[in-house]
Design a protein around this ligand. Structure first.
Ligand SMILES: [Zn+2]
Length: 510
């Protein structure tokens, strides 16, 4: 019976096995990186070759290049209108958000080619895929980290200044992925560490997941305790030494922690929406090394491909628990501590007293000698200023601009039509404390010391009310509340923090 079943599976996969042309990168013998135009053309070719693939437009980059997603699924309903299926995770892969970290764009094309050719058939049985091979085609063609407008989209998820960030946020809303995988590369050559101190980092694959303490509690516990260790173990077992991401090591005397805690990056932004959110930082070899292909690109693509494939297999194996946890989190967030409605306005890393030092390998630039170095370990996460999520936030300043900004985040709000009296927690900024020490991923430049006063307020016509009973409420509160280290008002162009009553505040709804 078992044999018969596997024969049937084999025949089914052979029946749609077909010759699929190599990706442009393979066609060029791994010697040059194809232009974004050629990659788009190739993905359009996969769309026409396979009923399981559909190329959709997400929008256009600052430099006028198309940004696209290749949907891959066994389900026509998913390909047609992205209808989610029970028990089947939707996984969104983002390649090369940083244009000068190109290897994931090639690895995602390879994966698409293999799936169209009938390889890894179990994956398409068990997953719906949204493959964004090039999240930043400008950066790809210009060999830069940023887009043609010099925006770094990876720190733009609160302000949403760049068109690219906005269309990726739209894509999160449209495809509603259970898993988001953001692929990067981390250079082993660092200005201070290497040029001045003589050492290079020595990493292969590094992973982190959403780590902000305000992520839905059960989802965060699951990703921290189960999924992240399992992914690291499986990728290592597959032959690629994987570790937990400890942030960038740029100086031999620094401390280490983890990937940043802030919600300005995609990883924590997506996780605050109730998604499993994974970051990979794979090795970007030094450009002075000698390799079979330019800057070892073929090998780097192989490692990205292995990381992606292993992650997808893990997600498929975990699908039951993963889907139920992440979808519940997207419907009804619950905080990890307190009464289920507690948000921490401040988050930071501090010294880990249980493990004050960690040893990490470095390689001496001069002779390749590899040696463990001890670093102070600051990966303990501390929280401050808990608040209980209110019924709503009132917005009484620059209301049209705020309405546009809320809409870009797909946060629901209501415009007040006639004067309305409500009980409010007036937030009085008493003092502004500059924060000289930048913390990873938390862009808190000034900390507002705020006094809370209960009082009646009258909202005028045109003021906005942002209800906190919506799925995006915790994300909205972290961006709207002036006490939050990740508030919108920490971003350039939004510097509203001044002593006095703040124009955005919590209210009680009758
Ligand atoms: Zn990057």
């Amino acid at each position: 019976m078992k044999i018969l079943a596997s024969l049937l599976v084999l025949c089914a996969s052979l029946a749609w096995a077909q010759p699929v042309p190599p990706i442009p990168f393979e066609n060029g013998k791994f010697l040059t990186l194809p232009a974004s135009r050629d990659i788009s053309r190739y993905l359009a070719g996969l769309d026409s070759l396979s009923p399981r693939a559909r190329l959709v437009s997400l929008g256009t980059s600052a430099g006028g290049r198309p940004i696209e997603a290749l949907l891959m699924s066994e389900s026509p309903a998913f390909l047609r209108d992205q209808a989610a299926e029970e028990d089947k995770p939707t996984v969104m892969l983002l390649g090369s958000q940083h244009g000068n970290e190109p290897s994931s764009a090639e690895a995602i094309q390879q994966l698409a080619r293999e799936l169209v050719a009938g390889q890894h058939p179990a994956l398409l049985d068990r997953l719906n895929l949204v493959l964004v091979a090039m999240a930043n085609p400008d950066g790809r063609d210009l060999s830069t980290r940023h887009n043609a407008n010099n925006d770094n989209t990876n720190i733009d998820y609160v302000a949403l200044n760049a068109g690219e960030t906005r269309l990726l946020v739209d894509a999160l809303h449209r495809f509603d992925p259970d898993v988001v995988y953001d692929a990067h590369e981390s250079g082993i050559w660092k200005r201070v560490l290497t040029r001045e101190q003589g050492w290079m980092t020595d990493v292969e694959a590094q992973f982190d997941m959403g780590n902000n303490p305000n992520i839905d509690g059960p989802l965060r516990d699951y990703t921290e305790q189960r999924l992240l260790p399992a992914l690291i173990e499986r990728v290592s077992d597959a032959g690629l030494a994987a570790v937990r991401y400890r942030g960038e090591i740029t100086d031999i005397n620094q401390s280490v922690a983890r990937g940043g805690l802030g919600i300005t990056n995609l990883r924590n932004y997506a996780a605050m929406q109730g998604r499993v959110s994974i970051l990979v930082e794979n090795r970007l070899d030094n450009k002075d090394g000698r390799y079979p292909t330019p800057r070892n690109i073929a090998e780097r693509v192989r490692k990205q491909h292995l990381s992606i494939l292993t992650m997808l297999e893990l997600v498929a194996d975990e699908s039951e628990q993963l889907v139920s946890l992440s979808r519940r989190a997207r419907q009804q967030w619950q905080s990890g501590t307190g009464d289920g409605r507690t948000l921490w306005m401040g988050v930071s890393f501090e010294e880990n007293r249980d493990e004050p030092e960690v040893s990490l390998p470095l390689v001496r630039f001069a002779d390749g000698h590899r040696q463990l170095h001890r670093f102070a370990n600051h990966d303990a996460i501390v929280t401050r200023t808990p608040i209980r999520l209110a019924d709503a936030y009132a917005v009484t300043r620059e209301r049209e601009r705020m309405a546009d900004w809320l809409a870009r985040h797909h946060i629901a709000f209501e415009t007040v039509r006639e004067p309305r009296e409500l009980e409010a927690q007036s937030l009085v900024v008493e003092q502004l404390l500059p924060q000289p020490k930048a913390r990873p991923g938390v862009r808190e430049k000034v900390r507002a010391e705020v006094r809370v006063e209960a009082r009646q307020v009258t909202l005028g016509a045109g003021d906005l009310l942002v209800p906190m009973d919506q799925p995006l409420a915790p994300l909205a509160a972290l961006m709207l509340d002036p006490r939050s280290a990740n508030a919108l008002y920490q971003e350039p162009g939004w510097q509203w923090l001044r002593p006095g009553e703040f124009p955005v505040f919590p209210v009680r709804l009758p």
